[in-house]
Design a protein around this ligand. Structure first.
Ligand code: AMP
Length: 476
């Protein structure tokens, strides 16, 4: 494997955002690629003679005595498990970073195994190909090293059941005991490593820890979309120290749908954005306005827009300090020729509770003492109409407080509209987080083209950011 440190000619170049010229890269005798922030290495490497030009990923550059982590720009397409002939996996140690961070109850029983199920296609493919499969994941947020309540033990059991073969849980994620367990693996066997976050080095993307994880690994398969927006040792750092790094089926599917939606959507493209606060979705809305024909807004964030428009909003949720921002978004939509749609009516409540008294009222005048907790019946029709004929729909964030049945109608109605559009051939994408919980609660998840498994990661992807866990992979 080539070393990823940059020495010689590049070492002499200052590490700044505009440091390297294409010529510098061409002339230097580097053993790997160096990417400074915004260097546009994609262009350099696709035209230059750097030997690892297919490897656009997280690397560390050694500049003088200083080691500086730098992040690669994404290649157009990342290598995936599909690019590797099945025969190449046979007998190889394949390290799969999956997202098995499932919810557990107090008795440590898994309450939702969606994430385990979502990781099965990749693991099953590798088992069938005769790989020695080493699966790693985090679970929860352990802060004090190993703790029983964050052990992956329940996951090993469920994974064994779902795969129909025993999955042994290693006592650790690195170290001699793990190494000997990996060495003893037979083709087609699966070993689950203990929670990688038992080491604080994991979240620091520590080089030494990354090297330990990479020890004796032939191929790294990242399938953990839910953590791909984090540059951690098991999601990004490890890729520096293994000969081959590719995306698993799940990661590839997420990228195809979510990146595909913002790069080349079938038109008309409608985005529906809801949820509690406009502040957490601002960058996504801005980014979507570059590609969408319409942006429909719902959820708690609408009241900041109404207030910005001088309407009375009663005691509805509002972000006073984001009123200017809401005005800017309205102006941006006009400038970009995007239709920004706000609900014409809302369902208001006299308190934030499942048994609150309710009434429907126009969005332009919410009475004092009442708060909007869902879109109203006219808005449901308005949104249905706006969605008609769409070819791509992306949805992130519920239309109301769907956790209370009394305020779930708007969210369910949108879910039903999307299910109908999927049947008509549209691409419908649920972009992670609470909207996923909503379509699941509505029993319509399987009627969407794609339901994302990552909340934060899907938002960052939609914002147009490069995810470190993706950047770290080999170019296709
Ligand atoms: P987010 O995480 O930003 O997508 O927000 C999801 C949360 O927004 C859900 O828990 C909803 O209950 C909440 N939400 C949706 N509509 C409203 C509303 N009108 N008022 C208060 N909270 C809301």
């Amino acid at each position: 494997m080539e070393t990823l440190a940059i020495r010689s000619a590049v070492g002499a170049i200052r590490l700044t955002t505009t440091v390297a010229s294409q010529a510098s890269f061409r002339n230097c005798t580097v053993s790997s690629a160096f990417v400074g922030k915004n260097l546009g290495l994609k262009t350099f490497l696709s035209t230059s003679a750097v030997p690892v030009q297919q490897k656009l990923r997280c690397v560390r550059a050694e500049v003088g005595a200083k080691t500086v982590p730098v992040v690669a720009k994404a290649a157009n397409r990342k290598a995936s498990i599909k690019d590797v002939p099945e025969s190449e996996f046979q007998g190889k140690v394949v390290f799969v970073r999956a997202d098995l961070n499932v919810p557990l109850d107090d008795a440590r029983i898994i309450t939702d195994d969606t994430r385990i199920r979502a990781s099965l296609p990749t693991i099953q493919h590798l088992v069938k190909a005769g790989a020695k499969v080493v699966v790693a994941s985090h679970l929860g947020r352990p802060k004090k090293g190993p703790e029983d309540k964050f052990s992956l033990k329940p996951v090993a059991g469920r994974l064994s059941n779902l795969l129909g073969q025993t999955v042994e849980l290693a006592p650790d994620s690195v170290g001699p005991e793990v190494e000997s367990k990996i060495a003893a693996l037979k083709e087609g066997q699966v070993l689950l490593l203990e929670n990688v976050r038992f080491y604080k080095e994991e979240e620091k993307n520590d080089v030494e820890f990354s090297k330990k994880l990479a020890k004796n690994v032939d191929i790294f398969v990242n399938d953990a979309f839910g953590t791909a927006h984090r540059a951690h040792s098991s999601t990004a750092g490890i890729a520096e120290f293994v000969p081959k790094s590719v995306a698993g089926f799940l990661l590839e599917k997420e990228l195809a749908y979510l990146s595909g939606a913002i790069k080349s959507p079938a038109k008309p493209f409608v985005a529906i954005v809801g949820g509690s606060k406009v502040s957490s979705k601002i960058t996504v809305i801005e980014s979507l306005m570059n590609v969408c024909d319409k942006v429909i807004l719902g959820g708690g964030m609408i009241f900041t827009f109404f207030k910005a428009d001088g309407k009375s909003i009663g005691s509805s949720l509002v972000e006073e300090d984001k009123i200017g921002l809401a005005k800017n978004l309205v102006a941006l939509a006009k400038e970009k020729g995007v239709e920004l749609i706000l609900p014409v009516d809302v369902l208001v409540a006299d308190k934030y509770a499942p048994d609150a008294n309710t009434q429907e009222c126009s969005s332009s005048h919410i009475p004092d003492g009442w708060m909007g907790l869902d879109i109203g019946p006219k808005a449901i029709e308005q949104f249905k109409e706006a969605l008609k004929g769409s070819k791509t729909v992306l949805w992130n964030g519920p239309m109301g407080v769907f956790e209370f049945d009394a305020f779930a109608k708007g969210t369910y109605a949108v879910a039903e509209s999307l299910a109908g559009l999927t049947k008509e051939g549209a691409i419908t994408i649920i972009g992670g987080g609470d909207s996923v919980a909503a379509v699941e609660k509505a029993g319509l998840a399987d009627q969407m083209s794609h339901v994302s498994t990552g909340g934060g990661a899907s938002l960052e992807l939609l914002e147009g950011k490069v995810l470190p866990g993706v950047a770290a992979l080999d170019g296709a």
